[in-house]
Design a binder for this molecule. Sequence first.
Ligand code: GLV
Ligand code: MG
Length: 313
Amino acid sequence: MSLRSRNLPRRSCLAIPGSSEKMMGKGPGTNADMVFLDLEDAVAPKEKEASRARIVSAIRGHDWGNKVLCVRINDWSTKWTAYDILEVVGNAGDRLDEIMLPKVENAAQVVAADLLLRQVEIANGLPVGHIGIEAQIETARGLINVEEICEASPRLETIIFGPADFSASMEMPVLTGGVQIPDYPGDHFHYVFSKILMAGRANGLQVIDGPFLHVRDNDALREYAKRTRTLGYDGKWALHPDQVDVLNDVFSPTQEQFDKAWQILDAYNQATETDGKGAVMFGLEMIDEASRKMALKFITRGELAGRTRTPQA
Ligand code: GLV
Ligand code: MG
């Protein structure tokens, strides 16, 4: 299912309002790994229907290179969801990789999108399963059901945390979602981040953190993005192209980590294949099979980020 985009990097996921031809025109020239053209909260209700055709012509009219290309449709509580799928997926052609489903509350909502996509694919000559799904967890109910949501369809490629809507759903006394709250001693989203990450990983999904709303403060973005990077997330949203380079950097292994991961792998392979040992010293550390697995994750991510191994002296 959705083979092209499933394993592509999503360190930076750039939101672009589908009502703006100008902003959509700038999308291909950014360094974002993934772009989503929005029909949901960045588009005024009276512009939603007209924006479908704008999005279709932006998808068809620009060269999106190797980016993951996605359209965020409206959630199932609105009158637009099915028509967003019919009109956008029905006309966009095969360059569209995925749709993003916001405010997902249960597995049935993913299944409903899956079934409708199947019909639209057949009717429009697309391979069945071509369109992937990104699901946003941004309500209390969605978080309670995140485990069933993550296993609801083979089309699912990512699970995403939406901090702004989630803060509203939880009635948190904040007016800016997705930033640190100094009054809270610790990370008020730690449980949420971890719960979504576990559900996503258990089902082989990429796991993505949502927006950081102080769009002019890239130092604060860098600091904040390290939280989900450190937990193991694959990437984070950018609301402005200026946020993209920060995210690409934060969500890529450093050259030092990448080189060390290769050295661990070499030492482990030498130990197991040549010396017949399962655990061996690597400098001052003991490494074993689990170390190999950790090293491989760094290597895969580093290669996706374009890193190559520093030649050894
Ligand atoms: C994103 O959609 C959010 O609500 O944070
Ligand atoms: Mg939202």
